[in-house]
Design a protein around this ligand. Structure first.
Ligand code: DQA
Length: 146
């Protein structure tokens, strides 16, 4: 079976100490270990990356088809609201993407209400903390089974 590529965008390396009132106390390490456990129990291979750099994320997405990636699970973080480049990379790759957010972006500042990624994603999970990633993983597994 094809693998799932998980991409965490900018500042998500700071989870745990970053605005805990918004993002909770969960760390990226805890999220990753839960994702790995869930993937293992489903017999699915996952690869996890975090980057604070837009171009690096574009490169990761660009390499995905050649890398036998069947689906991308992405939290584009702040780039959700700004990055035409990441949106175009997803569209160009033709690898199905699931967009996830820890916080409910629609319940926050108005500038977070627009996702440039959503129109090229298969779907979006927003607002459930770490569970957003686990629900997103379920969706990504369904996509690679197709
Ligand atoms: C986020 C929401 C974004 O608006 C924000 O810039 C982030 C994290 C989330 O997971 O809730 O960095 O993607």
């Amino acid at each position: 079976m094809a693998k799932i590529l998980v991409i965490h965008g900018p500042n998500l390396n700071l989870l745990g100490t970053r605005e805990p009132d918004v993002y909770g106390k969960v760390t990226i390490g805890e999220i990753n270990s839960d994702l790995k456990k869930a993937a293992k129990s489903r017999g699915v291979e996952i690869e996890i990356k975090q980057s604070n750099h837009e171009g690096e994320i574009v490169d990761l997405i660009g390499k995905a088809p050649a890398d036998k990636t069947g689906a991308i699970l992405i939290n584009p973080a702040a780039y959700t609201h700004t990055s035409v480049a990441i949106r175009d990379a997803i569209a160009a790759s033709r690898v199905p993407a699931v967009e996830v957010h820890l916080s409910n972006i629609y319940a926050r500042e108005e500038f977070r209400h627009t996702s440039l990624i959503a129109p090229v994603a298969k779907g979006q999970v927003s607002g459930f903390g770490k569970t957003s990633y686990l629900l997103g993983l379920e969706a990504a597994i369904e996509l690679i089974k197709k």
